[in-house]
Design a protein around this ligand. Structure first.
Ligand code: FE
Ligand code: ZN
Ligand code: FE
Length: 203
């Protein structure tokens, strides 16, 4: 049946353009490793400032522990470079630069105030979540690329990032958010079902 002139016929779903050849998952994996290497090194410099500003001994201790782990992460990422037969190289990561820049601004505004520790956790968890997303992707890439040893190393780092994030949540839920609110009715550590205490103040 002929269609009337000027009547647009419903076109079929346009076909996706075929991908441009050239960049492989290996390339993306290498980029990701260089990116997270930059991030880990940057965090070894950012964490001491948070440690210095932290008021709660528990928070200080948790951050110190994670600084030690972060230094280990640098070494472990270097092991992944060795598996790739590449010299370790850091590629500037705009994402972690932004997270650290924001953390420094927040620290300037809030450090040593009653909400200083809550502010440190607020920023610290942004960094941990960034690392968690990257290590999750990189571990998955390593598996697909058949690099079992690299996948194992990346998983071990991922586990520590998740533990660090959980620890920060626990500290916030147990005491620090309550202290920031000037409240002394914080639940005992044992009463906290992690994840169920909300960040918001409950007036
Ligand atoms: Fe790390
Ligand atoms: Zn990046
Ligand atoms: Fe971390």
């Amino acid at each position: 049946m002929p269609t009337a002139p000027h009547t647009k016929t419903k076109s079929a779903t346009p076909r996706a353009k075929p991908p441009v050849a050239g960049k492989t998952l290996d390339d993306l994996f290498l980029h990701g490793i260089q990116d997270i290497y930059y991030a880990e090194k940057k965090l070894t410099k950012a964490l001491p400032k948070m440690i210095k500003a932290a008021q709660s001994p528990d928070l200080k201790e948790a951050l110190e522990k994670h600084l030690g782990e972060t230094e280990e992460h640098v070494t472990k990422v270097e092991q992944v470079f060795a598996i790739l037969d590449r010299a370790p190289k850091a590629v500037k990561c705009a994402a972690i630069d932004g997270i650290v820049e924001e953390a420094e601004e927040i620290l300037k505004d809030f450090a040593k105030t009653q909400s200083g520790d809550a502010a440190i956790i607020f920023s610290g968890q942004a960094a941990e979540h960034y690392e968690i997303t990257r290590y999750g992707s990189l571990r998955a890439f390593a598996e697909v690329l058949g690099m079992e040893d690299a996948a194992e190393i990346l998983q071990s780092i991922l586990d520590q990032e998740k533990a660090a994030d959980t620890k920060l949540s626990e500290l916030a839920d147990e005491r620090i958010n309550f202290a920031a609110e000037g409240r002394d009715d914080a639940p005992e550590a044992t009463d906290v079902d992690n994840g169920n205490v909300s960040w918001g103040s409950k007036h």
